[in-house]
Design a protein around this ligand. Structure first.
Ligand code: NAP
Length: 481
């Protein structure tokens, strides 16, 4: 059977795509999911303390509000449950082919169809939506000798609940968003904790708090009240963009708040100095926490800032020659983003891998379509990530475009792809803008690819992206039958 649309991935993006397609009357869909359950990054990141740093009223589908969020900034189990509920409400489970790991997506020029190779066989589809997400492939640190470690090594995105940390000597490598959430949770149960920091993060106070029962009742009874709350949160975040993009010097105020936060929570001047970043706030992901610094000042916790020399069977050796013995290593070392292996599995009509778009060797159109990839769409594609607001807003914007394109492609039985000129125009305008933003102020981050080019961030107001993805623009595409 030829599918109308093959959706790869069942996280926010894949589920959102299936809902919108079905609402538009497009059937013969399948969602390919490599795991045995849905949820994407919110299924995989089950480490203790995992929480979203965007308020839940905004970090959820506009068409599926949840009046029962228990916290203004929800924890992972509740977000994952939300996705399960959405899948049930829209009856998506029958569409999902679980345990189907997609290994190759190639366009068959003789049949004008995409061939999707999975661990459970071949499928063909007229259109493909890649909804595999940017934070899907955990990156273990490349440290000499890491394979020789005698104990378990666990990435935060592959948390093993069966691994008992109580009383153990634990090393956490990395001090990004995942580490600062899990360190406070495990610090009180482990015997000793060494936190290995390569670069300090800017940490702002967390504003999250439990939602009052009466607020939940209000949101359930009066959906407009929740919509207004969402709109308020949205516009407050859009204003932040002035600092991120228009004038990074505006970040000075937030840096002061972060420094005061650090001073309030850490008395030791030497530790404070180690925790003070030397780059502009916003250049790396801004972190929110009220319990990270207090965890670091605990008796049983050490912040190690000497660089890691190697890992040995019994622990981590730093450049000062010291061996930090440990029973377990936790890698909070992030993801393959600009070098996501998925990009190597998808090929254009001429055989070029999609990963070229992240390398900066291939222009993209609205982060969603690519010349040479007819009827193929990517959600959370190049330059659609954000540093200041909710990625769900961007996803829903992309879905407007994708839906409008797929309707056209299916109804006219045609193949649509952006012209090289349109894609080049789009990509060049972003690349002109990005160096002047906070992400171009000279830090290393997962927003930048190997050559320092920012292929992840959308450097403008999100409402501008919404306007530019509102509907399919025929003049920017070639259409063949
Ligand atoms: P990350 O931000 O990429 O942080 C990785 C950390 O590991 C950094 O501190 C990095 O140091 C360090 N590191 C990497 N390789 C290392 C090595 N070989 N030796 C020593 N240190 C090493 O990863 P993440 O914390 O998993 O977060 C990734 C993204 O996921 C976030 O930015 C965010 O978008 C998302 N996320 C969001 C939330 C949330 O909503 N609150 C929670 C978790 C994750 P350097 O800084 O020096 O590179």
């Amino acid at each position: 059977m030829v599918l109308n649309v093959a959706i790869i991935g069942s996280g926010f993006a894949g589920l959102g795509a299936a809902i919108r397609l079905r609402q538009a009357g497009i059937d013969d869909l399948a969602i390919f999911e490599r795991a045995s359950d849905l949820g994407g990054t919110w299924r995989d990141n089950s480490y203790p303390g995992c929480r979203c740093d965007v308020a839940s009223n905004l970090y959820s589908f506009s068409f599926a509000a949840n009046p029962r969020w228990s916290n203004t900034f929800s924890y992972q189990p509740e977000i994952w449950r939300y996705l399960q509920d959405v899948a049930s409400k829209y009856d998506l489970r029958p569409l999902i082919k679980f345990n189907h790991d997609v290994t190759d997506i190639t366009f068959d020029t003789s049949a004008n169809l995409w061939t999707i190779t999975t661990s459970q066989g071949l499928y063909v589809a007229r259109c493909v939506i890649l909804a595999t997400g940017g934070l899907a492939e955990p990156r273990l640190p490349e440290i000499a000798g890491i394979d020789t470690f005698e104990g378990p090594i666990m990435h935060t995105a592959r948390w093993q609940t069966s691994l008992d940390l109580v009383g153990k000597r634990v090393a956490v490598i990395g001090t990004g968003a995942s580490a600062i959430q899990t360190v406070p949770q495990i610090a009180s149960i482990v015997g000793h904790l060494d936190v290995f920091q390569r670069t300090p993060s800017w940490v702002l106070p967390h504003q999250g708090h439990p939602v009052l029962e009466r607020t939940k009742r209000l949101f359930a009874a009066l959906p407009l009240a929740q919509k207004l709350n969402r709109a308020y949160g949205y516009w407050k975040r859009e204003l932040l963009l002035l600092g991120f993009v228009k004038d990074p010097a505006r970040m000075t105020r937030a840096e002061t708040i972060a420094r005061e936060h650090l001073e309030r929570q850490v008395n030791d001047a030497e530790l404070r100095a180690k925790l003070t970043p030397s780059y502009r706030l916003g250049c790396k992901r801004v972190l929110l926490s009220n319990d990270y610094y207090p965890a670091l000042v605990r008796e049983n916790v050490d912040l190690i800032t000497q660089s890691i020399e190697c890992v040995e069977p019994r622990g981590v050796r730093t450049s000062d020659g010291r061996l930090h013995e440990c029973d377990v290593i936790i890698a909070a070392t992030g993801f393959f983003v600009t070098d996501n292996p998925m990009g190597e599995k998808v090929h254009s009509t001429s055989g070029a891998p999609l990963s070229d778009a992240w390398r900066g060797n291939m222009a993209h159109y609205k982060g969603t379509m690519f010349p040479g990839f007819p009827n193929l769409f990517m959600l959370s594609g190049p330059n659609t990530s954000l540093g200041h607001s909710s990625i769900i807003f961007m996803l829903e914007s992309q879905l407007n475009y994708v839906l409008s394109a797929i309707q056209r492609a299916l109804s006219s039985n045609s193949l649509l792809e952006p012209t090289s000129e349109a894609a080049q125009r789009w990509t060049s305008s972003l690349q002109e803008k990005l160096p002047g933003t906070v992400w171009g102020t000279g830090c290393s981050s997962w927003y930048l690819n190997e050559s320092g080019r920012n292929t992840t961030i959308w450097p403008d107001f999100t409402f501008k992206f919404r306007a530019q993805t509102r509907r399919f623009e025929p003049r920017d595409h070639v259409s063949t039958r």
